[in-house]
Design a protein around this ligand. Structure first.
Ligand SMILES: NC(=O)c1ccc[n+]([C@@H]2O[C@H](COP(=O)([O-])OP(=O)(O)OC[C@H]3O[C@@H](n4cnc5c(N)ncnc54)[C@H](O)[C@@H]3O)[C@@H](O)[C@H]2O)c1
Length: 413
């Protein structure tokens, strides 16, 4: 495990704690335990804090925290490495792990540049390992139902839509203070919806625009963004277009009702889908507790800590399920049949487009384009447009009212 922050606590920790007593089982690969063998963090403090409160049967992990913590971790006897560092540090850690022959699972967004994606993909092929990314919202039952309706032709031909995801101010102010300078909430959370749109509708990305606001997390003329409004235009094979607006913020007041506010609307030729991933029917008030330590509108589908009807305490949901899926895929590659058929099993696992890096190209392209547009904006030129796979190249940025074209990525996206 590389990084032990918020997402470790919400999803990886419950996965590892459960798998100690309930190892994975599949008739094809048998029983497969997934112990937390080693962790690498920046200072070692969070690893020590977790060790102090972790169940006895999980406390024996090694903890590395020097400047070459990841190098040390990947030299050890680990089979798979999960990377949950801030997103601009995913690439370096993933590269080290893949080069050491480990299967790799990276938190969203996988990487920030297509050139990095190309490099990781090639390394994964050269070293015969899986390189995958976590987009847990694809496993949200509501999003599965949306995709099922699209796949079955119940909802036909999406034309446009909006998505919004609002994080509280505490995220930008304290949780991420160490790495937030120069960053934006779009890269952090719009990617969930970029992936949802990309994976669900299967269209070709054509154009990216973006604007945003500054002045709360950092200075009004600086490179750090409070909120962003991203627009993605996709094309169908017959040249009809579909457009999606994705609004994100990490400066919403801390007492707004809910922790993460997530809403989508998609309009089709024959229908409309409205989703609110937080308000699924529960509204709860506890004097002195809501909305700070307990949320008013709780998303019990993501990673809820529960007392099961049979008396057991558990923490379960799609955030945990997505990690287990990856571990099952890696177990299938290694233990799902004879060694001489490993290559075929590896190819089968790589063909899963919901998490393989090979299928993350349009998402990384959208992130790279958005970041380039915001960087130009911060440097004094707002409202640039990035054209995807046009005559000039894979990602071509054009400032408004100018003949200049900056090629961000030359090959086809
Ligand atoms: N899937 C989701 O919904 C979701 C939610 C939150 C975060 N995330 C993703 O998870 C990642 C981490 O987010 P977080 O909220 O846990 O962040 P965080 O700031 O709470 O924790 C980051 C962790 O990374 C460690 N770290 C930083 N630099 C490192 C380095 N160079 N080597 C080793 N460890 C290093 C820190 O010590 C810390 O343990 C991000 O990519 C984020 O986008 C995903």
């Amino acid at each position: 495990m590389v990084g032990m922050g918020m997402i470790f606590d919400e999803t990886y920790r419950p996965f590892f704690e459960r798998s100690v007593s309930r190892p994975l089982y599949d008739p094809t690969f048998g029983v497969c335990s997934v112990p937390l063998t080693a962790v690498a963090t920046r200072t070692g403090q969070r690893a020590a804090a977790y060790r102090a409160k972790a169940p006895a049967d999980i406390r024996d992990f090694e903890s590395f925290s020097s400047a070459d913590a990841v190098e040390q971790l990947v030299e050890g006897p680990v089979d798979a490495v999960c990377i949950a560092t801030p997103d601009d540090r995913h690439f370096a850690a993933a590269k080290l792990a893949i080069e050491a022959g480990k299967h790799v699972l990276i938190e969203k967004p996988s990487v920030l540049r297509l050139a990095e994606l190309d490099e990781l993909q090639q390394l994964a092929i050269d070293h015969g390992v899986l390189a995958k990314v976590v987009y847990h919202k694809l496993l949200d039952p509501d999003h599965k139902k949306l995709r099922t309706f699209v796949a079955d032709g119940v909802l036909q031909h999406v034309n446009n839509g909006y998505c919004s995801l609002l994080e509280p101010k505490s995220i930008a102010g304290s949780q991420f203070a160490e790495w937030i300078t120069g960053r934006n909430p779009g890269t952090y959370v719009a990617v969930h919806y970029i992936k949802l749109i990309d994976f669900t509708f299967g269209l070709k990305l054509k154009r990216v625009t973006c604007t945003g606001q500054r002045g709360i997390v950092g200075p009004a003329d600086g490179p750090t963004w409070d909120s962003t409004q991203l627009r993605l235009v996709y094309a169908y094979p017959d040249d009809r277009e579909a457009a999606f607006d994705i609004h994100t913020s990490w400066v919403t007041p801390d007492n707004f009702p809910g922790y993460v506010e997530q809403e989508v609307q998609f309009r089709f030729d024959n229908g409309v889908w409205n989703g609110h991933s937080r308000k699924r029917g529960v509204e709860c008030t506890v004097e002195g507790a809501t909305p700070f330590t307990i949320k008013n509108t709780i998303n019990n589908h993501y990673n809820a800590a529960l007392l099961e009807p049979w008396g057991e305490r558990s923490q379960r949901g799609y955030g945990v399920e997505v990690i287990e899926r990856f571990m099952r895929e890696a177990a299938m590659v290694e233990f799902g049949g004879p060694l001489q058929e490993r290559a075929a099993r590896l190819a089968a696992a790589r063909s899963l487009t919901y998490n393989d890096l090979a299928a993350d190209r349009q998402v990384v392209a959208a992130v790279e384009a958005m970041e380039a547009i915001l960087a130009r904006h911060a440097a004094g030129t707002p409202d640039c447009v990035v054209e995807v796979n046009g005559p000039a190249g894979g990602l071509a940025l054009q400032p408004p009212g100018s003949a200049e074209i900056e090629i961000l990525y030359q090959p086809v996206v």
